[in-house]
Design a protein around this ligand. Sequence first.
Ligand SMILES: Nc1ncnc2c1ncn2[C@@H]1O[C@H](COP(=O)(O)OP(=O)(O)OP(=O)(O)O)[C@@H](O)[C@H]1O
Ligand SMILES: [Mg+2]
Length: 248
Amino acid sequence: MKVIAVAGAKGGVGKTSIAVNLACLAADEGFATLLWDLDPQGSASHCCRVEPHIRGGAGAMFGGKHDLDRYAQPTEIEDLDLVAADPTLAEVEPILSQRRWPARAVRKMLHPLKEEYDLVVLDCPPGLGLLAEAAFTAADLVVAPIVPSPLALRSLEQTSRFIGERGIDTELMAVLSMVDRRKVLHRQMLPLAETDDRFAGAAVPFSSAVERMGLEQVPSVLASPRSLGSATLKQLWREVRERVDLGD
Ligand SMILES: Nc1ncnc2c1ncn2[C@@H]1O[C@H](COP(=O)(O)OP(=O)(O)OP(=O)(O)O)[C@@H](O)[C@H]1O
Ligand SMILES: [Mg+2]
């Protein structure tokens, strides 16, 4: 079982859009995939048409009373299961801080599922706190979407430092996200995808097909498979699959 965390300090940069589509593409290739919505906003749950509800709330889920398996449910997409989020996840940091080893919580919760799933995709809320630390500790790869701007590069450096300072053994892959070629700054930063090793080669464009996912509640790679957004997400998936060495 491989684990990918889609995460970063900044909000609204395309984390959920990328997480849902990567999970969907993995499932589409026949990998038994679990998408874990860790954001109290429940956007990934919404996009997969799963009710944003955690039985007993985040306290029960992270309190260690039940296996995570109890919370995983099938989606309408074959081979894709989802652990839904709900607003009680807003309290996850204080809940985690009560655990003996908060940083190991997500890894520990996923451990019993390691034979059941080939891939787990963690859709993290924005921010770098205990939950991010626990998600990164569980992950083989952290995918960090970056909307082109000088400040976004600072936030990438913060994420990189966060991982380094905690001695977390995971790789970080930045991805240019919501790239609008009409904007000078976006065009100026596009070469990063080709020249900077920290970045994936795929740069996800600003795409109405991706944007519509919140409305249609169907992953954009399924709803608009021929759009440029979907083509780029597929390229990103190939890079991620190779990076985590998922095999065939
Ligand atoms: N490539 C894209 N093209 C156009 N719109 C996009 C794209 N990616 C995301 N969006 C839109 O931008 C908004 C934020 O995207 P998304 O929810 O994926 O970001 P996020 O980083 O997960 O946000 P949050 O930090 O709140 O969890 C949504 O309305 C989404 O539809
Ligand atoms: Mg999100």
